[in-house]
Design a protein around this ligand. Structure first.
Ligand code: COA
Length: 381
């Protein structure tokens, strides 16, 4: 029998790769992109600037930014052969199926992409930018077709954040909403080796093409434990209805083994710094929803400490992400797709980094079935 190490469930705390893209410091409540605090980037820089940082390792000067923005704009058109099947894709599932639609469309767009193994860096970078740039127009088009509206074309003169709201709603956003969504998009670009990022890198480690790696990542995003929490967190706020019902509601949820969406984190043992920033954004935007959310948050954190002692369960990014998106007029079915708009930049940067590594991921599984080898029984009559 080979000597092997048994990794903890979920590979918790196991380091499986080197990266220059960033890291999450779970007990300090801090994370960074390259060498900069991600929260500071969100507060001071645009999505496109941080996208450039992730792809090249540098924040762009004004000339580089203009070139990069033009490069993104040139890749935002949905190819005609994909546009032709968008109504079929949009009609294929219920509201939550928008991510499945994105997966299908990107699969078509990437059908001609070369395997990363042996491909030159410039081609891979071009493929990566195409995938990340065309993702928002595809998601917005799927939403608009599904809800019976005309597709709104992207505009090169708008920022990425404003463009996203424009394509979804057909209305130019207020500066406050643009700024709020820019901060949300920047702060969620990347976040360590979470399930979707790890999946993308596993696919890329086989020398696969960029689109296949991103399709794999989107697959993990459809689950409620990773990308699919913000709309469910808001559904929970609706279900609770008033602050005096929170304790009773949490107690019933925990007793039945349910998770409270928007709370707990695989890495943070403190408040998620993204939750803190988004709470502030929500409070600046104001209104009854954010006031209620703050009240509910305090009750849920207290109740979780009581019912799940010693687990250090705090608010995560998804709780206030949902609130801020609702305040900015993003339809609830598009909360997780909005997350995909930003995370696709992180995924593609991670895939480019992984593609430069020639080692394929190949862990082991521990066999726990009946003793082997069992004789193969004769066929019954
Ligand atoms: C994010 C999440 C998947 C992390 O899972 P994890 O790494 O297994 O979490 P932990 O190891 O910290 O869980 C420890 C304990 O707390 C419980 N727990 C964690 N999050 C919880 C939540 N939101 N509600 C109730 N209980 C929770 C777990 O069930 C576990 O209980 P047990 O020890 O009695 O089995 C989990 O916290 C979760 O499901 N949260 C809700 C979904 C969500 O908001 N996802 C978005 C994440 S950014």
């Amino acid at each position: 029998m080979r000597e092997s190490l048994l990794a903890p469930p979920g590979l918790k705390d196991v380091i499986v790769a080197d990266t220059e893209l960033g890291d999450v410091h779970g007990s300090a409540g801090f994370y960074h992109f390259r060498q900069y605090s991600a929260i500071e980037l969100a507060e001071k820089r645009t999505f496109e600037e941080v996208w450039h940082l992730m792809f090249t390792g540098r924040l762009p000067d004004p000339g580089e930014l203009a070139t990069f923005r033009a490069e993104i704009a040139a890749r935002q058109s949905i190819p005609p052969e994909v546009a032709a099947v968008m109504p079929v894709i949009a009609a294929a599932g219920p509201e939550r199926a928008t991510l499945a639609g994105l997966r299908t469309a990107l699969s078509l767009i990437g059908a001609g992409f070369p395997a990363s193994w042996g491909a030159d860096g410039a081609t891979l970078r071009e493929n990566a930018i195409t995938i990340a740039a065309v993702t928002p127009p595809i998601l917005a088009a799927l939403y608009r077709i599904r809800t019976g509206h005309d597709v709104v074309e992207p505009r090169a003169d708008l920022s990425a954040a404003a463009n996203w709201l424009w394509m979804l709603t057909g209305t130019e956003p207020t500066p406050e909403h643009e700024e709020a969504i820019n901060r949300y998009l920047v702060c969620t670009i990347d976040h360590g080796f979470n399930a979707s990022t790890f999946t993308a890198r596993v696919v890329a480690s086989a020398g696969a093409d960029v689109a296949s790696a991103i399709c794999g990542a989107i697959g993990t995003f459809t689950g409620p434990l990773h990308g699919g929490a913000p709309d469910r967190a808001l559904d929970a706020l609706d279900e609770i209805g008033s602050p005096d019902r929170v304790r009773e509601w949490v107690r019933a949820k925990v007793a039945s083994g349910d998770r409270i969406m928007g709370f707990g984190h695989a890495v943070y043992r403190t408040e998620d710094p993204r939750a803190r920033m988004l709470r502030g954004i929500g409070q600046n935007l104001g209104g009854p929803l954010i006031d209620f959310a703050v009240q509910v948050e305090a009750e849920v954190v207290q109740a979780l400490a009581e019912f799940k002692p010693g687990r250090d369960l705090h608010t995560n990014v998804e709780f206030y992400a949902g609130v801020v998106m609702e305040q900015c007029g993003i339809p609830r079915s598009m909360f997780t797709p909005t997350f995909a708009v930003s995370r696709v930049v992180g995924w593609t940067a991670q895939v480019l980094e992984q593609s430069a590594d020639t080692k394929i991921f190949r862990p082991l599984a521990r066999y726990v079935g009946p003793p082997v080898p069992a004789p193969v029984p004769p066929r019954g009559r």
